[in-house]
Design a protein around this ligand. Sequence first.
Ligand SMILES: *Cc1c(COP(=O)(O)O)cnc(C)c1O
Length: 382
Amino acid sequence: MGKNMWNIQLFKLNFDDKEVSAVANVVAGGWLSMGEEINKFETAFGTFLGDGTYCKAVSNGTAALHMALLALDVGPGDEVIIPALTFVADVNVVNLVGARPILADATSLDDWNMSIGSLQDQITDKTKAIIVVHYAGYPINDIAKISQLCKDKGIGLIEDVAHAPGATVDGKVCGTFGDVGCFSFFSNKNLSIGEGGMVSTLDPELNKKLGYLRSHGMTTLTLDRHKGRAITYDVAQPGLNYRMDEMRAAIGLAQLDKLPAGNVRRGELTDRYRSNLEGSPVTMPFEHQPSNFTSVYHILPVLLPEKTDRVAVIGALKEKGIQSSIHYPPFWDFTAYKGQFSPNDSPVTADICSRQLTLPLFPTMSEHEVDQVCNAILEAIA
Ligand SMILES: *Cc1c(COP(=O)(O)O)cnc(C)c1O
């Protein structure tokens, strides 16, 4: 099981001696949390996002989203607009801060990102924040317009960049368009740590708040006290413990080095999928990307023809040792959200969710493996 069950897994880690020695060095050094590795990782990630971006490493992407909502004072009585097509973490955190999640539909069967029209339709005087997602690593269209709209109306903008570390629009990096950018470094993301995340902001006041939220609201760090730079601490506001540890930050640094080449490789493999599946009944979204956009191709989503038995297709791929997945099951199918949302309010998302399938994609995948997957899926459809 596990390792050898699949001939072609959905995702494979791009780890080697670099990650191993990164962790070994931290363990040998004997300082395990909030030390030099965290500092280096945050600085390097800030440089990666662009000058003037503040970064704080956190325990995971959901923690990052939770902190972003708290930093923007989102709470009971507030509405937060989120895409209907996204991972459940977005809707969960909005509910857990006591606000009301409002769904905006996907744009079309080609552009699966949240539609700006649907977004505008959902804005009320209760809208406190908007969470945008760059689905599959493709920057959301109109991000500059959405950013301006939020500024004009005094609405907070949170970018969920879990799929898109390194994606750009006009050379500007995703995660820097809103008030707070939230990254995830879960095992299967473009930058893999296992568990990990990052919050980014260009606003020094928000950065300070995020720092308090990450670490009990405390005004000094253990390291400062260890080094004799501080004796005690004050608590400026209530906070959580959403810190990342040094081992993870060291892996993060090794992975950040590999990220740009990994993203490019994902793009090459996506192109191969596209040319293999061209003209077939299996369609790929985001065919028409504006030339000023750079995607980071987090996953390889396809749309099966209408009325296809998706469970049978997944089974046929599995027979050949090919793993597939669904991004995402819709919220209205979950026990927790039955009755809160209806597919009728997000018809494009409902259609996508009913026949979406995610095929394997990872930087160490070979062209031959892409061809095998394409042959298998076309056979399964036929
Ligand atoms: C992975 C993911 C998250 C959550 O990140 P975790 O690190 O797993 O908590 C949030 N949003 C999206 C879109 C994701 O893909």
